[in-house]
Design a protein around this ligand. Structure first.
Ligand code: ZN
Ligand code: FE
Ligand code: FE
Ligand code: ZN
Length: 268
């Protein structure tokens, strides 16, 4: 089974293309099940509403309706997901609002540290003066809290803090090990997100050391392209499957109604 669980659409305001187009391109690349994961409305998570960052609250109804319509007309399963920003300390707000919707899965992502959108190309100059080891500690502490919150099924782009190619100068195995242990304890799934290959870092999320550790501990994985344009739907998932197989993974996680089942990975 090859799935692409991380597709954005024009609804979030910074991606282009419509659902049917993403679906068609993913199918052409051999994807057998897709899931949309547009950015969940920030204003429902207790943040200020920001244009061009997430869907607006009033767009959620149309988002669900469009996916439900696609489910009737296409020949592969189409799942309803969302990529939800995790804000430490706002777990209650998130739990209450998320309980009001019938998602198949939720991807939890950290995109902000102290209000800094560290994945934004326009904000990358802020890495320059930072202690990168300290930054990694801070980021992965947030990831651990995200997992422990129990709010999400999948952790999004696990090591996206490396997006612009900044790595700690010294050994950071300890951070990797600790993070993976927490992931294992919480039962959350990790996505193999191929968008890192298209980012300055040129490495998928997560990197080899993380994948190896997930494999060792038995942390489940799923697949996503994080496409923000139609041409990236289903992109490089075949390459991802080969890497997972080489590391010893034999199954990937699929979700329905927020319940996980494991499916065999295709042979390579
Ligand atoms: Zn996005
Ligand atoms: Fe993201
Ligand atoms: Fe995304
Ligand atoms: Zn994303």
């Amino acid at each position: 089974m090859i799935v692409d669980y991380h597709l954005h659409t024009s609804r979030c305001g910074h991606a282009t293309g419509e659902m049917a187009e993403y679906l068609a391109t993913a199918r052409k690349r051999g994807v057998e099940e897709v899931g949309f994961a547009d950015h969940f409305p920030l204003e429902l998570l207790g943040e200020a509403r920001k244009k061009g960052i997430s869907m607006a609250a009033e767009e959620l109804e149309g988002y669900f309706a469009e996916i439900k319509e696609l489910q009737q007309t296409v020949d592969i399963p189409v799942k309803i997901g969302a990529e939800v920003d995790y804000f430490p300390g706002r777990e209650e707000t998130a739990a209450q609002v998320l309980a009001g919707y019938d998602f198949d899965y939720l991807i939890g992502s950290v995109h902000y540290l102290d209000g800094w959108d560290f994945t934004h190309p326009g904000r990358r100059d802020l890495y320059a003066g930072k202690d990168i080891m300290e930054l990694y500690r801070q980021y992965f502490a947030a990831i651990c809290r995200l997992a422990e919150s129990g709010l999400f099924d999948i952790v999004g782009h696990l090591d996206v803090i490396k997006k612009f190619g900044y790595f700690p100068p010294g050994d950071w195995t300890e951070i990797i090990d600790k993070t993976c242990r927490v992931l294992k304890e919480t039962g959350i799934c990790v996505e193999f997100n191929t968008s890192g290959w298209r980012a300055p870092v040129g490495e998928a999320y997560p990197g080899p050391a993380f994948l190896q550790k997930c494999r060792e501990l038995g942390v489940p994985v799923t697949l996503g392209s994080d496409a923000h344009s139609v041409r990236d739907a289903g992109r490089d998932l075949d390459r991802a499957v080969r890497i997972l197989r080489r590391l010893g993974f034999r199954e990937i996680a699929v979700f329905s109604g927020r319940r996980r089942t494991m499916c065999p990975l295709p042979p390579v």
